[in-house]
Design a protein around this ligand. Structure first.
Ligand code: ADP
Length: 357
C-alpha cells in the first residue's frame, strides 16, 4: 500500500504521455489508458483519485469521456492543446475541475491542478452527504410529527363538539379553541416543512421546458386568489429553458402568489418577463405591492422567516425558501429589488445547459 494519489492518465499520444510521466516523476501512482473506452474501464476497476484526460482520443471525444466521468463526480483535469480554449471552457461547464494546456504544463501547475481537483470533489461530496442527511432528517421528522399531532387535534375537536355549551365554561371553551388553532397551525408548518424537504434534485432529470404553459399552469393553480383581489397578471413572450417542469411551475406559483398576496391598496398588477443571455436566462416577477425593505434581502429566503404577523398576512414563511431551493438545484441565483410601498421585483436565473447530443 502507498499513500501516493492514484492518477489515471487517459492519453493516446506517446510523446505527450511521456511528458506527463516525466513531470509527475514518482509523486503519483500513474495508471495509463490510451483510449476513452480503456480509460473508463480502468476508472471503474481502479477508482483512481483523479483523472488527467486528453481532449482528443482515437475512439471517443474527450468531452464524451468527461460526461461519463462527471456522472460519477470524478475529479478530472482536462489536458488541452493550442487554440482549444473553447474546449477548455466547455470542459469546465461539463464538470471538469480544471484544465491544463499541454504546451504550458509544468510540474507545479500539474500538481496544483490535481490537488485542487481532488480537494474540490471531496468537499462537494461532503456537502452533498450533509445535505442528504438534513433532507432525510426534515423528511422523517415532519412525517413522524404528523401522527401525534393528528391525535391532539382529533381529540380536541371531539372535546369541543361533545362539551360545547355543557360542562365547560366560556373560559375553558376559549382555551380549547387556542389548543385546536395551535395544533392546526403546527400541522400547516409540518406539511410545509415536508413540502420543502420533498423538493430535491432526484425528482426528475432536466428537460427542455417552454415557460409559457408553465406560467399559465401556475396562474391556473392561483386562480382563486387572483380573482378574489382582481389582480391582473401579464407576461412577455417567454423562452424554453432546461429545467424540472413541476419545480418551475412551483417557483412561478410561489412568486406570483406572493406578488398577489403582498398587495397594497390598489388591485395587484403583476408582470412576468424573461431575458435570454448566452450563459443564462434571467426571469423577473414584478409587482406593485407593499414592497420589502432591502435589509431583509437574505432573511426572506430563509425557511419559516416572515416579515409580517399572521394577522396581517397568512403564511408560514416557506414559499421563498422553496423558491431558493429550486433555483439553486438548477445552479441559478435568486434575489429581489424593491421599494417600500412601490412594489418588488423578484429575479432568478436558470443557466443555459449545453447538452452532449
Ligand atoms: P410567507 O408568504 O408564507 O410568509 P414566503 O417565504 O413566501 O412566506 O415570504 C417570506 C416573506 O417575504 C413574507 O412574509 C413577506 O414578508 C415577504 N415577501 C415575499 N414576497 C413578497 C412580495 N412580493 N412583496 C412584499 N413582501 C414579500
Amino acid at each position: 500500500m502507498t499513500d501516493k494519489l492514484n492518477v489515471l492518465l487517459i492519453e493516446d499520444d506517446d510523446v505527450d504521455r511521456e511528458a506527463v510521466h516525466r513531470l509527475v516523476g514518482d509523486k503519483y501512482q500513474l495508471l495509463d489508458a490510451e483510449t476513452g473506452t480503456q480509460g473508463l474501464e480502468v476508472f471503474r476497476s481502479q477508482k483512481p483519485d483523479c483523472v488527467l484526460l486528453d481532449y482528443r482520443l482515437p475512439d471517443m471525444d474527450g468531452l464524451d469521456v468527461l460526461d461519463q466521468l462527471a456522472k460519477v463526480d470524478a475529479p478530472v483535469v482536462m489536458l488541452t492543446g493550442i487554440g482549444t480554449t473553447a474546449v477548455a471552457v466547455e470542459a469546465m461547464k461539463r464538470g471538469a475541475q480544471d484544465y491544463l494546456s499541454k504546451e504550458a504544463i509544468t510540474e507545479q501547475s500539474l500538481s496544483r491542478a490535481v490537488a485542487n481537483a481532488v480537494e474540490k470533489v471531496s468537499l462537494q461530496r461532503k456537502l452533498l452527504a450533509k445535505q442528504e442527511e438534513l433532507q432525510q432528517f426534515a423528511h422523517i421528522a415532519s412525517h413522524d410529527l404528523q401522527e401525534p399531532l393528528r391525535t391532539i387535534t382529533g381529540f380536541c375537536e371531539l372535546l369541543q363538539l361533545d362539551y360545547q355549551g355543557k360542562q365547560l365554561d366560556d373560559r375553558a371553551n376559549e382555551f380549547m379553541g387556542h389548543i385546536v388553532a395551535g395544533a392546526k397551525r403546527m400541522q400547516t408548518l409540518i406539511i410545509d416543512l415536508l413540502n420543502y424537504s420533498r423538493v430535491d434534485s432526484e425528482d426528475k432529470p432536466l428537460e427542455a421546458v417552454d415557460c409559457v404553459p408553465v406560467v399559465e399552469q401556475a396562474l391556473n393553480n392561483l386562480q382563486g386568489a387572483i380573482r378574489e383581489c382582481q389582480a391582473t397578471v401579464t407576461h412577455d413572450s417567454l423562452p424554453t429553458v432546461m429545467a424540472n417542469r413541476s419545480q418551475l411551475v412551483q417557483l412561478f406559483q410561489n412568486l406570483i402568489g406572493n406578488a398577489v398576496k403582498y398587495r397594497g391598496d390598489t388591485p395587484p398588477e403583476v408582470h412576468v418577463m424573461a431575458e435570454s443571455k448566452p450563459s443564462e436566462t434571467l426571469f423577473c416577477v414584478k409587482d406593485n405591492g407593499i414592497g420589502i425593505d432591502d435589509k431583509y434581502s437574505d432573511r426572506v429566503f430563509q425557511i419559516f422567516r416572515r416579515l409580517h404577523s399572521r394577522d396581517q398576512y397568512s403564511g408560514t414563511g416557506v414559499g421563498l425558501a422553496i423558491c431558493k431551493k429550486i433555483v439553486e438545484l438548477h445552479d441559478g441565483r435568486i434575489w429581489f429589488e424593491s421599494q417600500l410601498a412601490q412594489g418588488s421585483e423578484f429575479f432568478f436565473t436558470i443557466p443555459t445547459l449545453y447538452r452532449a447530443d
